[in-house]
Design a protein. Sequence first.
Length: 280
Amino acid sequence: MTKEQNKRKKHVFGMVIDLDKCTGCGSCMVACMSENNVPFREDESDKKRSITWMRVYKLTNGKSFPDTEICYLPRPCMHCGGHGDHGHSPCVSVCPVNATRYGYDTGIVSQIYTRCFGCRYCMAACPYHARYFNWWDPKWPGEMEKYLSPNVSPRMRGVVEKCSFCYQRYQAARDKALYEGRDEIEENEYQTACTEACPAGAITFGDLNNPDHMVYKMVQPDPHHTRKPLNPKAFRLLERLETNPKVYYISEREWVRKAGDNYIKGEWEKLNKNHGKSDE
């Protein structure tokens, strides 16, 4: 196999979320909880201890009526690749027992619950607050245990959990392809639950290494610069940290794109000016 063939065979799954289409309905959050057996408490009033792998945030441009604009931002796990895509994402780097690992064949950062002993270093290292700690064993009231997905194990008390890009669906699609004698899976065979549930079609999922997939066409990732988007309307959260996330956002609005990198008036221009001096 040539180097080019090997490069094409390697998957790097990613997601594109069009913020101009998102209505903040929360369907992605519900679908995620249902698909992945995300536990909930009897009293969900304390949101600091709620577990939501997919969380929708509300952004505003800070202007008063009638110039007020609102944007809803869904935030799954970013599945960071680190510098040069070598798997040195913040959470993977700090785990002392290798309970979280980077999949070099998929680009997915996974969580191995049977190894985790709850030190929560990964939670402290994640700049996106995408990880959650289980303070209690999950309890399913009434007959709700019947709705649980048989392909995902419920997590026990004392471990950290997070979005997995519905990895169980990838395994099912791969098994189906192998059974049919195929080496590769089709784009529509592996889709996350949030992608399928979004009524506005704001979420797109696919292989960032495959130019035929829609996610590649939408963001146009630059392979020479840790897949930074060449599409000027696309951005990633906290790009300046260089965590190389695989979740991209698209918006026509400039203030939304600036908010994605924690833009502060005056600081953005200052950073760009200093960066320009360092390149001279």
